[in-house]
Ligand binder design. Structure first.
Ligand SMILES: C[S@@+](CC[C@H](N)C(=O)[O-])C[C@H]1O[C@@H](n2cnc3c(N)ncnc32)[C@H](O)[C@@H]1O
Length: 235
């Protein structure tokens, strides 16, 4: 089923701009890059690479990087911004790569866009070589279980995040500034079970927060875990 990405690509590119949105710039890029540097991979696959920003960041580290995405317009942008890069059209559920070809597989905020995570995790593990790492940044279950209006004032004047039906996996359409996409909410246990079922070993877990900034958005992002980073090892 169409999840809105092709039609939303233009608005998404405006949203990211040249340097990435707040979540990437202020919260996720630094800890994700730190994990990449620690793993010291030579061949990385970025699943759901979008316009390729994390591929470009890994390429700067000297890593041979392949980006995969189903959205043609985002892939065209990735190729234009990084002509020497390797960008392939495809879906996480059916990776067009042979077994064990990569020593790092990355999913940077793409799991919530993928319909069949069981199949996607099976594919991620298949293309990873033994001893390789799977590095995942995902929206936290607390963030993805949010219900409108999201941030709301509590009776005693504080700001809280509204969530409901946490344990109910579901795909909902979300809209902002011209982007209209279908995102999955799944409880954390669903993802953990899928990774564990495929024999992976958890090497690192983190709930990253914005460092330094004191503006209202950063303060809110320090109040609840909006994101998780998980690094898995393939035995
Ligand atoms: C939130 S964007 C993240 C893009 C990029 N990783 C980044 O952080 O800028 C999610 C991406 O997942 C892609 N996507 C959607 N369905 C997918 C699927 N079944 N397999 C792989 N990628 C998918 C979308 O095209 C989109 O580029």
């Amino acid at each position: 089923m169409d999840n809105g990405w092709e039609a939303s690509a233009g608005a998404w590119l405006r949203e990211l701009g040249a340097t990435g949105d707040f979540a990437r710039r202020a919260v996720l890029d630094a800890p994700m890059l730190a994990r990449v540097r620690a793993a010291r991979p030579s061949r990385a696959l970025d699943i759901g690479c979008g316009e390729g920003r994390f591929c470009r960041m890994m390429a700067v580290e000297g890593i041979v990087t392949t980006g995969l995405d189903p959205t043609e317009r985002l892939l065209a942008e990735a190729r234009a911004r990084h002509p020497e890069g390797h960008y392939v059209r495809g879906r996480a559920e059916a990776l067009p790569f042979p077994d064990a070809g990569f020593d790092l597989v990355v999913s940077y905020l793409s799991l919530i866009d993928i319909d069949d995570t069981e199949q996607a995790v099976a594919e991620m593990v298949r293309v990873l070589q033994p001893g390789g790492r799977l590095l995942v940044a995902n929206l936290s279950g607390i963030a993805s279980a949010g219900v409108a209006p999201g941030w709301a004032e509590t009776a005693d004047g504080r700001t809280g995040w509204l969530i409901d039906r946490y344990f109910e996996a579901r795909a909902d359409w979300v809209e902002w500034r011209g982007v209209r996409i279908r995102n999955w909410h799944r409880p954390l246990a669903d993802y953990m079970t899928a990774f564990l079922r495929h024999g992976l070993t958890l090497r690192h877990f983190e709930e990253p927060r914005p460092a330094g900034e004191t503006d209202a958005r950063s303060t809110r992002y320090r109040g609840i875990p909006m994101f998780v980073i998980l690094e898995w090892g393939k035995p």
